[in-house]
Design a protein around this ligand. Sequence first.
Ligand code: ZN
Length: 253
Amino acid sequence: MAEGDTILRLARRFESTLLGETVAASAPNPRGKAARIERLDGQTLEAVESHGKHLLLGFGELSLHCHLGMSGGWHFYRPRSRWRRPRSSAWAVLSNEEWEAVQFGGPTLQVGPTARVRRNPQWTRLGPDILAADFDPEAVIPALRADPTRGLGDALLDQHLVAGIGNIFKSEACFAARVDPWRAVGDVSDEELGKVLIAAREQMLSAVELGTRHNFQIYKRRQSVCPSCRGPVSSRGQGDANRTTYWCPRCQG
Ligand SMILES: [Zn+2]
């Protein structure tokens, strides 16, 4: 699942492969044609920007906006190497002589004039990026409490409040900070909210640096034991979207 760490890692991959390069662009799958991917053919990748779960690739007057959701992904291949998925299923292929960046699936893929792409509310309404160099938890805490009755685990997923945390790091960060994700945010102290945000940031930055995620402590450990107290891990759908939250009632009680 693509959370902020996946997207930051992806941005760095673009920086080390295609940034500054003039690319060939194609859209083997009709979904990519609808996204106007082919308009990028012959354009130069001038800027790479990640914010939360969103990626913007800047080609001067044109930009590509991408959100991978639960199922989308970018693969990087050397030319003429074997792809892990059929070519016909690729929505976008951006390539030079050394690399092919291939995109499959996801809720958002669109090429448009840069000014319009940057005005898209999907981009402008994002909260502060939890992985930004200047991320300040203090600045996010009042927003997280805007609806004081909302459950912490649900509020952490609201990309308008803080951008980048997804379902995995929601559970992992609350466990690391030993805060119950079911508590109403109005009842969670500033110190506890700060701990949760810092834990999420550190876990995700670590995943970016390692190039892979750590073994999860609590996520998808249903019917398993808590690595700290050996008690049972609980899980239940939370919030309007009913996203499963994992927690240890003993350690996070
Ligand atoms: Zn426990």
